[in-house]
Ligand binder design. Sequence first.
Ligand code: CO8
Length: 279
Amino acid sequence: MTDSTRVKATAQASGPPFIRSAFPASGPNGSLDHVALVTIDRQDALNALSFDLLDELAATLEALDADPACRAIVLTGAGDRAFAAGADIRELSTQTPTTLAAGNRFAVWDRIAAIGTPLIAAVRGFALGGGSELAMSCDMIVAGEDAQFGQPEIRLGVMPGAGGTQRLTRAIGKAKAMEMILTGRTMGAREAEAHGLVTRVVPSEATLDAALELATVVAAQAPLAARAAKQAILQAAELSLSAGIEHERREFFRLFATDDQTEGMTAFDEKRPATWTGR
Ligand code: CO8
C-alpha cells in the first residue's frame, strides 16, 4: 500500500491500516534479534491518533507482547514531521460527554499502559497532546533534535485526557508541567532532556537507529528480569516508598526461581556470555 492510498481525515471503520509492524526489526546491519518496530503511518494528518488508529496500535502491541521472542519494541511515527500531532481533532470535535463515556474508547490507553515488553518511543518532530501522552506511555523516549513535545489541548478549549496531567507532572515536576499545560507551549528536545522527559537526544536523522540500538541492548538482557524491572519502576509512580520496596524485593526473590538467574550467575563464574531462555 502506498502512502497516497491511506485515508486522510477522520478514521474510517474499514479504512486501510494505520499501523505497520516489523518483527524482527531491521537495523543498518540487518535484522535485530528480539526487537520489533511499530510505525504509526498517517502522514497526511501528521500521524494524528484517531480512535481506530489507537485500537490498531493497541492490538499490534498486544500481539507482540504475547510473543516471548519479542523482548523490546520501538514505536515511531512515519516520516520526519511528527511522532503524532495529537488526537484526531476532527474526530474529537463531534464528541459529547455521553459519546466519550459510552464508547469506552479511552480504554485503549489502559491497554497500551499494560504492555509488559519494554517500549521505546523514537520521536521526531511533533509529539503533541495525545502524541506526547503516547510517547510518555512508553518506557523511554529517544528524541531527535527536531522533536517538539507539548500539551496544547488548552488552546482547543479542553485539557489533556490521556494521562498528560499525570505523566508529564511525574516526568518534569509540577512547576514545568503547570506552565506547559496551562500555556500550551511546546518544549524542544534539549529542554525535554534537561527536565528528564526524554532518555537521550540524538541528531534528527539518527533517531530511529538510536532507538533501535537502545532496544537491541534491552532485548539482549534476561527477558523476565527486564519485564519485572520495568513493572517495578512503573510502580514507583503508584506506590509509597515502603510498598514499592516491598514489591521490588518480592520480584527480586521471584527471579531466583528462574533458569535465567542460574544461567546469568553461572555464566559470570565461567567468564562467558549468558544465553537467556526467558524461563
Ligand atoms: N488532528 C487531525 N488532523 C491534524 C492534526 C490533529 N491533531 N494535526 C495536524 N493535522 C492535519 C492538518 O489538519 C493538516 O491536514 P490538511 O492538510 O487536510 O489541512 C495536516 O495534518 C498538516 O498539518 P498543518 O497544515 O497544520 O501543518 P503545520 O506544519 O502548519 O502545523 C502543527 C503543524 C503545529 C502540529 C498543527 O498541525 C497543529 O497545531 N496540530 C494540532 C496539534 C494539537 O492541537 N494537538 C492536540 C490535539 S487534542 C489531543 O491530543 C487530546 C488527547 C486526548 C486523548 C486522546 C484521545 C484519542
